[in-house]
Design a protein around this ligand. Structure first.
Ligand SMILES: *[C@@H]1O[C@H](CO)[C@@H](O)[C@H](O)[C@H]1NC(C)=O
Ligand SMILES: *[C@@H]1O[C@H](CO)[C@@H](O)[C@H](O)[C@H]1NC(C)=O
Ligand SMILES: *[C@@H]1O[C@H](CO)[C@@H](O)[C@H](O)[C@H]1NC(C)=O
Ligand SMILES: *[C@@H]1O[C@H](CO)[C@@H](O)[C@H](O)[C@H]1NC(C)=O
Ligand SMILES: *[C@@H]1O[C@H](CO)[C@@H](O)[C@H](O)[C@H]1NC(C)=O
Ligand SMILES: *[C@@H]1O[C@H](CO)[C@@H](O)[C@H](O)[C@H]1NC(C)=O
Ligand SMILES: *[C@@H]1O[C@H](CO)[C@@H](O)[C@H](O)[C@H]1NC(C)=O
Ligand SMILES: *[C@@H]1O[C@H](CO)[C@@H](O)[C@H](O)[C@H]1NC(C)=O
Length: 634
């Protein structure tokens, strides 16, 4: 059965490519203008829209999750886009080929619709193609912010685009360019920094994901550089990181100047860099839901900033315009589309959305000009990216998933993301870099031997997972084991008591503790403590032996009372699948270079506290980071 469907897919693929080649060779001979790649994009858009019924236009404005879609639905409703929400996979541990077969079968449905308009497939590729088993998992954005290296981040974008293409997918809901102003926010690790200028610099990832607009190309137009690139999505417009007490999806209270200077700079840059899509935030600005904010979406983003791509909602984001969500769906659709949203991530019930929007248009509540604006933007992106010519996933990218080259890049990113916060007690000599030739060392802690924990949320599943079978990679313990001399005995004990530590003659200990994985609202925290028994492990180990503490977390956490116990302290953020990068720096093959992308607070009651605030009294200030020299012996 599996072999048979693979064969038919291959044939479809062959026929489709043959048709595209034939089309290019004989332009204008009896084919519709919109299907003719020799025509300029605007002419193709105009020709296609002239042929579309209202039902087809509304269908193109609709995005549904793969769990609620069939090829027949895509065909019958001319659905514009399919997505995989966090953890929405064809089946557990599906391979690249399985993903590609799934996406291609959906695309086949779209191509068999009346006008044959291909769909785009979107996924939360936030730190690599992270829903996919055995993909390379890069550090989460907070760690990339610590690198202060926009070129590295651009290369990660390019690698991510290849791994996404390896699954037949052409659209990522990334980057998150939130400026997280309060680490109690559960999405804070998706933010590069509390400082808008760092976030702005890291929009370089867009140039990696989509490609760079060539010299002479039009800056500020949506752009895609080729079949090895994917559409990107700047999110969440706007002010998502500024909510009250960091409560997810809550209210961002800030004046116009504050909004422009803190939360908007990333968007100016993203638009110049050719961002194709922008996702609206669940949050509110001064009490108005962003999904219903016509001023910020239509007047400012589209008319003032001249954004020419399309605006997409968040998952069931228009439903949340009302409290409780979905209380008046007609009102939600009216407000959301009226505000200027072009594509709605309906998520699950496509008929409800399509029927509601169609009725609002037929009742003259929503003008046809609004629908045409939305569809024109969606079609401009689809033609611009060459989707009509290359709708199907391309087998040649399959080998990119989790490739050694990408894992090496992730390891480089881990090295550069580590921030050294303490190195030696008082006048004692520095502890780091550590000797590789010690006779016996202790590695301890909840996060030392747990690939799931070091990857964090948005890894294989929405909330992330635990253990070393979650996907493939190297734990921090594994990296240490490979780095030390063959003669060195590495003793691992997750939660050793003080007697155990004292009874051994360890040269030193590495303690790896942190936060458990989380995503979105589930990650909101009011206490920002280390996961149990992290504090006990630090006390038990550091009171008896020279210790280096490595914190694996999505944000600064409560460590102030513990720092005096530690001989050295490293913030490792959420490093992802390549834990070797931690050992590379602990043992001096490379120096520490990372700088804090966030203010490290002393106590939670200081929050929010950001660089530049009056009464700034951090444990470690924004931009702090000790350095070490590489030892030169590898
Ligand atoms: C493609 O669609 C056609 C009908 O439109 C169907 O007969 C065929 O089985 C589909 N192929 C795949 C691989 O989905
Ligand atoms: C913000 O959070 C509070 C407390 O959970 C809640 O009562 C309020 O409705 C939220 N506001 C918004 C705009 O979501
Ligand atoms: C729902 O909202 C619409 C406006 O979009 C309004 O006309 C209608 O009365 C509302 N329905 C209810 C039950 O409040
Ligand atoms: C979609 O919504 C409509 C109207 O509320 C309802 O009748 C239908 O059962 C829903 N479909 C699904 C799949 O939930
Ligand atoms: C460990 O290596 C360092 C640097 O090469 C050297 O100075 C030291 O003597 C070595 N120690 C042992 C116990 O071999
Ligand atoms: C992980 O996989 C190994 C080998 O396949 C197996 O022995 C072990 O039980 C698995 N562990 C978990 C927690 O699933
Ligand atoms: C402890 O280890 C050091 C070298 O790492 C060694 O010189 C010393 O003899 C050891 N002490 C005991 C009691 O084993
Ligand atoms: C901190 O808050 C979390 C919920 O956000 C809770 O599960 C945990 O028990 C709290 N820890 C302490 C030490 O209060």
């Amino acid at each position: 059965m599996a072999n048979l469907s693979f064969l038919s897919m291959g044939m479809i693929f062959f026929l489709c490519c043959f048709a595209a080649v034939a089309t290019a060779a004989r332009p204008n001979q009896g084919i519709s203008k919109y299907k003719d790649p020799s025509q300029p994009v605007h002419a193709r858009v105009r020709d296609l829209m002239r042929r579309m019924t209202l039902q087809e236009k509304v269908g193109q404005m609709t995005q549904i999750d793969r769990s609620a879609v069939t090829p027949e639905i895509l065909r019958d409703y001319s659905i514009g886009s399919v997505l995989s929400g966090g953890g929405s996979v064809p089946f557990p541990q599906a391979k690249g080929q399985d993903w590609m077969d799934m996406v291609n079968s959906y695309q086949n449905g779209s191509l068999s619709s009346r006008l044959g308009i291909p769909m785009i497939y979107g996924i939360d590729a936030l730190h690599g193609q992270n829903n996919v088993y055995q993909a390379t998992i890069f550090p989460h954005n907070v760690g990339l912010g610590a690198t202060r290296d926009p070129d590295l981040v651009k290369r990660i974008g390019a690698a991510t685009a290849l791994e996404v293409r390896a699954t037949g997918i052409n659209y990522a809901f990334a980057p998150c360019i939130a400026v997280c102003r309060d680490p109690r926010w559960g999405r804070c690790y998706e933010s590069y920094s509390e400082d808008p200028s760092v976030v702005q610099a890291m929009t370089s990832i867009i140039l990696g994901l989509q490609g760079e607009i060539p010299a002479g190309g039009r800056k500020g137009e949506p752009y895609l550089g080729g079949k090895d690139k994917i559409l990107a999505c700047a999110k969440h417009y706007v002010g998502d990181g500024g909510t009250t007490r960091g409560i997810n999806e809550n209210n961002t209270v800030i004046d116009w100047h504050g909004l422009l200077s803190i939360h908007m700079p990333g968007y100016y840059k993203a638009i110049i860099e050719g961002i194709s899509t922008i996702m609206v935030s669940y949050s509110s600005w001064n009490g108005v839901k962003m999904h219903a904010n016509r001023f910020l979406i239509t007047d400012f983003l589209k008319n003032t900033l001249k954004f020419k791509g399309f605006v997409i909602s968040d998952w069931a984001g228009i439903d949340k315009i009302t409290t409780p969500p979905g209380a008046n769906y007609t009102y939600s659709v009216q407000m959301g589309i009226g505000a200027g949203i072009d594509m709605v991530m309906v998520a699950l019930n496509h008929t409800l959305f399509i029927d509601t929007l169609t009725k609002l248009v037929n009742d003259n509540v929503i003008p046809m000009s609004r629908i045409d604006d939305a569809v024109e933007r969606i079609m401009r992106v689809k033609f611009m990216m060459g989707l009509f010519e290359n709708p199907m996933g391309d087998q040649t990218y399959l080998s990119q998933l989790g490739s050694q080259e990408h894992r090496d890049l992730a390891r480089e990113a881990v090295r550069k993301s580590l921030v050294l916060l303490k190195n030696g007690q008082n006048a004692d000599p520095p502890v780091l870099p550590l000797a590789k030739n010690a006779s016996k060392i202790l590695v301890a802690g909840t996060h030392a031997n747990n690939l799931g924990y070091q990857c964090g949320g948005w890894t294989i599943t929405w909330q992330g997972g635990s253990g070393n079978n979650l996907t493939s990679g190297t734990t921090i313990l594994g990296g240490i084991g490979k780095a030390v001399d063959l003669d060195t005995e590495v003793v691992f004990s997750e939660n050793p008591d003080a007697d155990f530590v004292q009874s051994h003659n360890f040269s030193y200990a590495i303690v790896v503790v942190g936060e458990l994985p989380y995503a979105e609202t589930a990650g909101d925290s009011t206490n920002l403590t280390l996961a149990e028994p992290g504090e006990d492990i630090i006390y038990n180990v550091c009171s008896s032996v020279k210790c280096v503490v490595v914190v694996v977390s999505g944000r600064p956490v409560m460590i102030e009372p513990l720092v005096a116990q530690m001989d050295a302290l490293v913030a490792a953020w959420l490093p992802g699948s390549q834990g070797e990068g931690v050992a590379d720096v602990l043992f001096g093959d490379y120096g520490f270079t990372g700088k804090l992308p966030r203010t490290w607070f002393k106590t939670v009651d200081q929050l929010p506290m950001n660089v530049g605030d009056p009464h700034y009294d951090p444990l470690f200030p924004f931009g702090f980071g000790l350095t070490t020299e590489p030892t030169g012996e590898q």
